[in-house]
Design a protein around this ligand. Structure first.
Ligand code: ADP
Length: 322
């Protein structure tokens, strides 16, 4: 009997998810799997929103942001009895293979399906935040970074004209990667990320020192995990002599055409997921480390904090922000 493989996207959407869906569907079909799509992540698995995927579902999607499979959050999935219903919706169709594209929450659900119900699962890291352990990059991070850089350039024009300090809040509850990379790549003048202490006094001194050298603006990147940017604005206001404004980039960071990097990474990870399942390997996540595709047990990605070179990059960003 033909082996059946389902794909779902779960948690926050990220540019590149569609490219991964396309790769799994196309390579999966050419490797002999019958391919199914699950709508709205685990919610759709629970509600039995499962359909046969054909070529038309994945044509013309490689350059589209978001996810054609839709995504959702599903609190019930954290309970064993609901996972059993969801798993049964796969089993009654004879679906034994599953690719989950999402963040570490989605991996937790995937790992439980693997452990409790023997579903052969592979996880692909899809989240703009770059906060998954076991991979240097997640799908969507590069695209999102470029969206922030574009916004920074525009904000800098007005900041310079009005000689203002502008705080830009970017996504990243637990991880400061977006703020940090944007600060380095966009020539930011200050940085606040959740992994580090961010004394407001130090930022104020830095801004005042910059202004003494004749600088006309300051662009400060603030990761959302540090606190609300308006609160930070209030605190900073009394400590500097310049006019200050805040911008929350918000959901504009989630959308947009995926970058070439994200599309290639998504395609390679999608192909790797099929290869692993075809070879009888599962319960794994795929990552990219030192420019090589790697695998780790799903458990590893769920249990550990991402070890990264954040401190070194933070020091570099501060050095350049003068
Ligand atoms: P992300 O995958 O982007 O980290 P979430 O943390 O919101 O996003 O998780 C997405 C979904 O994964 C949740 O809505 C839930 O259905 C499932 N999930 C998250 N954590 C668990 C858990 N501990 N057990 C089972 N399912 C989980």
């Amino acid at each position: 009997m033909q082996k059946k493989l389902a794909i779902l996207t779960s948690g926050g959407d990220a540019p590149g998810m569609n490219a991964a869906i396309r790769a799994v569907a196309k390579i999966g079909a050419s490797s002999g799997f019958e391919i199914y799509g699950i709508k709205r992540g685990y919610l759709g698995m629970l509600n039995d929103e499962i359909f046969l995927i054909n070529d038309s579902h994945v044509s013309g999607i490689i350059d589209k942001g978001g996810t054609v499979l839709l995504t959702a959050r599903c609190e019930e999935f954290k309970q064993e009895k609901f996972r059993a219903i969801a798993a049964n919706n796969l089993k009654k169709r004879g679906i034994e293979y599953l690719v989950v594209i999402g963040g570490d929450g989605s991996y937790r659900g995937a790992n439980l399906l693997y452990k409790e119900h023997g579903i052969n699962v592979i996880g692909i890291p899809g989240t703009i935040d770059n906060d998954i352990c076991g991979t240097d990059f997640t799908l969507g991070f590069d695209t999102c970074l470029n969206t922030i850089l574009d916004a920074m350039s525009k904000i800098r024009d007005t900041a310079t004209s009005h000689e203002r300090t502008i705080l830009i809040e970017v996504m990243g509850r637990r991880a400061g990667d977006l703020a940090l990379h944007a600060c380095i790549a966009g020539g930011g003048d200050g940085i606040m990320i959740p992994e580090m202490d961010n004394p407001i006094e130090m930022l104020a001194l830095q801004i005042k020192a910059r202004r003494k050298t004749g600088k006309l603006h300051d662009i400060v990147l603030v990761a959302e995990g540090v606190g609300h940017v308006l609160e930070i604005e209030r605190e900073l206001k009394d400590k500097i002599n310049t006019e200050i404004r805040s911008v929350v980039l918000g959901h504009v960071q989630r959308g947009g055409t995926p970058s070439g990097f994200d599309r290639v990474l998504a395609t390679k990870m999608g192909a790797k997921a099929v290869e692993l399942l075809a070879n009888g390997e599962s319960g794994l996540m795929i990552g990219i480390e030192k420019n090589e595709l790697v695998t780790h047990p799903l458990e590893f990605a769920c249990s550990l904090e991402k070890a990264s070179s954040i401190k070194k990059d933070y020091e570099l960003a501060l050095l350049l922000a003068k």
